[in-house]
Ligand binder design. Structure first.
Ligand code: 89V
Length: 344
């Protein structure tokens, strides 16, 4: 039997419980240790998940444990230091989105891992959501002809700060936390970006960063893609955490609606609708079930990359292109200018 890949989790906050449960759905990996610098958090997480070894210091963990990879699920400012530390030890790295706080650091982290000869993946799970995969299949099968226009919408009044209070303190909030998923999904569906323009707003006075962003992209293949996001929207149907989409092609269109209802309309044939419900895991928080199911699919894809059995889609090098769009969006909003990515 194939040896299990041994890994450690660095950072045991709110999101890590689901990430760990996601790994426990998968054969071929074994979580051996946990680390969190804050108080008893690592010990408590170890108890919850039945893990024997826990640390407060990531260097000590990397010194003592024999690992194939680490899964970094810590605060955004700590990502860079932990990626560098793991790479130095020759351990493969998975890191939560967003990769780092600025583009220069993102580039450096990809290079550090390349130089150290370790694989580097970002846990970018949105593109693994079943309804998004279904839309990609329809596009690839030519069901709407050549796409020319798309709208990706994530507008919600979900109290996201209740479970993740640190998000309220980010200078750059919605594009870095949520837009990163939408921009990556746009790249997954339509390819790379030629130019990007963004406007942001802060509606909620209690948070530091922006909670509304509207981004218009011209893709390299000529598709115009509008990505809108908001955590200040009180709408008839609360769709958190779904991305709703309308994609138009020259022979038809597809619409992904509330609760994963997909409608395909084809020239001369009319419309048909069907549900694309994601798998629901027993451990998932019902509010986040869609995202939690995509954690498992994303982990499986990264594992196939780590094992050399397939292409891990969300490598650091690939994710650099998504992160460039995140930071260009902020630059665009700040200077009210159309920006052109260099890395696409
Ligand atoms: O999935 C995530 O990255 C979450 C959420 C969508 C809630 O912002 O942080």
């Amino acid at each position: 039997m194939e040896e299990k890949l041994k890994f450690a989790v660095l950072g045991t906050g709110f999101w890590s419980d689901f990430q760990i449960k996601g790994w426990q759905e998968i054969e071929g990996v074994e979580l051996v240790a946990l680390c969190d610098p804050e108080g008893d958090k690592a010990e408590e997480s170890a108890k919850r998940h039945g893990i024997n070894r826990f640390y407060q210091d990531a260097s000590a963990l990397l010194e003592n444990e024999t690992l194939d990879f680490v899964d970094i699920i810590s605060s955004i400012p700590s990502h860079a230091q932990l990626v560098r530390l793991a790479a130095k030890k020759g351990v493969h790295v998975i890191c939560q989105k967003p990769m780092a706080e600025d583009f220069q650091t993102c580039k450096e982290l990809v290079e550090v891992c390349q130089k150290a000869g370790v694989q580097f993946f970002i846990h970018e799970n949105a593109r693994f959501q079943l309804p998004i995969r279904a839309c990609k299949d329809l596009i690839q099968n030519g069901e709407i002809g050549q796409p020319f226009k798309a709208r990706l919408t994530f507008c919600s009044g979900f109290p996201v700060f209740e479970n993740q209070p640190s998000l309220a303190n980010l200078d750059q909030f919605i594009i870095s936390d949520l837009g990163v998923h939408l921009l990556d999904t746009a790249r997954f569906l339509f390819g790379e970006v030629e130019q990007i323009y963004c406007q942001t707003q802060k509606v909620n006075p209690k948070i530091k960063g922006e909670d509304v962003a509207n981004i218009l992209m011209r893709m390299q293949n000529g598709i115009d893609c509008f990505v809108e996001m908001s955590y200040a929207s009180y709408l008839e149907k609360e769709s958190f955490p779904q991305t709703l989409m309308l994609i138009e092609g020259d022979t038809g269109s597809m619409r992904l609606d509330h609760n994963h209802l997909l409608t395909l309309t084809q020239k001369g044939k009319g419309s048909s609708s069907w549900k694309v419900d994601p798998p629901v895991y027993a451990w998932a928080d019902p509010d986040y079930a869609l995202i939690h199911s995509s954690i498992v699919a994303c982990n499986l894809n990264i594992l196939s990359g780590l094992q050399g059995k397939g292409i891990g889609e969300t490598s650091g090098a690939d994710n650099l292109k998504t992160m460039e769009l995140v930071f260009l969006s902020y630059d665009s909003a700040q200077h009210n200018q159309v920006m052109k990515p260099k890395h696409g």
